[in-house]
Design a protein around this ligand. Structure first.
Ligand code: ADP
Ligand code: MG
Ligand code: MG
Length: 357
C-alpha cells in the first residue's frame, strides 16, 4: 500500500477525515513503526505494531488502557502531574485498525514536546529519572495482576541466557564465527543469574515500566521539564532494579546504543549520580533497604542483558530488533558490553554513589 493511501485510511478510521492530511515518521523507537498523522483538526501518533514482538496486540492495548485509567484517577486526585498518553478509538469504537498488512493504533499526540536518544546533561537525567520515579509511585497501588504478560519472562535473565545457548547451538545463519569472543564473554557473566535468584522473596515485585529508556520520556519544549512517560507496552510486574538499571543503561553513556565508537562508550558518573538522585527521591517513602541495595545488581544486569539480547538476535538472524544494516545487532551488543565493562570497572565509585543517597 502507498503511504498516502495508508494515511488516508488511518485518518478516516480515526475520524480525522481525508482532506489536507500528512503522515511522517516521528521518534526513533526500534520496536514499532511510529508516525505523526496530521490533519487540520488535530494530530495523532499512529503506530504500526510489531506483531513479531507483540503477537497479541489486543492484550497490549488492553494493558495500556488499564494503566491510562489508573493514572487518570491519580491525576484527578492530584497524585500524578505528568500528561497521560491515551489511546484514541476509531469511529467504530475500536482501538486497532488492520492496514498495510499490519495492525495500527492511535495515541494522543503530545505537542510542544521532544524526546532524546542521548542524555545531554545532569539536569535532564535527574528530571527524567524523577519522572520515572513518579510513574512508579503512581502505579504502586495498581493491581499489576490485571496485566496480561504481553512478553512472558521479559526481564528474566535465566531465560534470556537459555535462549542465547539455544541459538548458539543452532547457529542458524552461520554467524557464530563472527562473534565467538562476545559469546564467550556472555557465558562468563552468568553468575548474575544466581545473584538475581537470591533476591526472590527479598525484594518486592512491583508494577514496572520495564522500558525506561531516555527516549520513552517526553520533555517540554519550553521548560525542559518532564511532560509524559510514554511507551507503556511492556508495563508488567517486576523489580524496581530493572527500571533503575535500564535508566543507567540508556542515560549514562554519551553514545547511542548502536554507536561503534566503543572507546567513547562509558558510564558518566555525574549522570549516574543524577539518575540515582532523581529516581530515589519520589520513591523514598516506599523503597526498602534491600531494594536500594539491589540497584547495583540492576545496574549490571540491565546493560548486560540487553547486550545479550542484541547478540542473540544477531545470531538468530535479526527477528526482534529492527536493523538498518547487516551487523547492526552485533554492533549494538558490542556497544552494550563495552558499557557493561565500564560499569564493572567503576564499581567502587558507583556503589559509593548508591550508598550515599
Ligand atoms: P517504540 O515502542 O518503538 O519505542 P514509542 O512508543 O516509544 O515506540 O514511540 C517512538 C517515539 O515516538 C518516541 O520516542 C517519541 O519520540 C515519539 N512519540 C511516541 N508517542 C508520542 C506521543 N504521544 N506524542 C509525541 N511523541 C510521541
Ligand atoms: Mg519507545
Ligand atoms: Mg516500546
Amino acid at each position: 500500500m502507498k503511504s498516502n493511501s495508508i494515511a488516508v485510511y488511518l485518518s478516516e478510521s480515526f475520524g480525522l477525515g481525508s482532506e489536507k492530511i500528512s503522515m511522517k515518521p516521528i521518534g526513533s523507537g526500534h520496536i514499532n513503526s511510529t508516525m505523526l498523522l496530521t490533519a487540520p483538526k488535530k494530530s495523532l501518533v499512529v503506530q504500526k505494531l510489531n506483531t513479531e514482538v507483540f503477537p497479541e496486540p489486543d492484550m497490549l492495548v488492553k494493558n495500556a488502557r488499564l494503566i491510562e485509567r489508573h493514572l487518570t484517577k491519580k491525576r484527578q486526585l492530584g497524585e500524578y502531574d505528568l500528561a497521560i498518553i491515551r489511546h484514541v478509538p476509531t469511529v467504530e469504537n475500536n482501538y486497532l485498525v488492520d492496514c498495510d498488512n499490519g495492525v495500527w493504533r492511535a495515541l494522543e499526540f503530545i505537542g510542544g514536546s521532544y524526546s532524546e536518544d542521548v542524555v545531554l546533561n545532569t539536569s535532564q537525567a535527574q528530571t527524567a529519572a524523577n519522572a520515572f520515579g513518579q510513574f512508579a509511585v503512581a502505579l504502586e497501588d495498581f493491581d499489576a495482576k490485571q496485566l496480561h504478560h504481553v512478553i512472558p519472562d521479559f526481564h528474566n535473565l535465566a531465560m534470556r541466557a537459555e535462549k542465547l545457548k539455544a541459538v548458539v547451538a543452532k547457529d542458524p545463519q552461520q554467524r557464530l564465527a563472527s562473534c565467538q569472543a562476545d559469546v564467550d564473554f556472555c557465558f562468563a557473566q552468568f553468575g548474575l543469574i544466581d545473584e538475581l535468584k537470591a533476591l526472590t522473596g527479598i525484594v518486592p515485585v512491583r508494577p514496572c515500566h520495564n522500558d525506561t529508556k531516555i527516549n520513552n520520556m517526553l520533555f517540554c519544549n519550553t521548560s525542559n521539564d518532564a511532560k509524559a512517560v510514554i511507551d507503556l507496552d511492556t508495563c508488567m510486574p517486576g523489580y524496581w532494579l530493572y527500571d533503575f538499571g535500564d535508566m543507567v543503561r540508556t542515560f549514562c553513556s554519551p553514545e547511542q546504543e548502536d554507536s561503534t565508537d566503543l572507546a567513547n562508550v562509558c558510564v558518566r558518573e555525574e549522570i549516574f549520580a543524577a539518575v540515582v538522585k532523581g529516581y530515589v527521591e519520589p520513591l523514598k517513602d516506599l523503597i526498602t533497604e534491600q531494594e536500594k541495595q539491589s540497584f547495583w545488581l540492576g545496574t549490571k544486569v540491565m546493560t548486560f542483558m540487553i547486550g545479550l539480547r542484541f547478540l542473540t538476535d544477531y545470531i538468530d538472524g535479526d527477528h526482534y530488533f529492527s536493523i538498518k544494516h547487516a551487523n547492526h545487532n552485533l554492533e549494538r551488543a558490542q556497544n552494550q558490553f563495552a558499557l557493561y565493562r565500564d560499569i564493572l570497572a567503576k564499581k567502587t565509585t558507583l556503589k559509593a554513589i548508591l550508598r550515599d543517597v
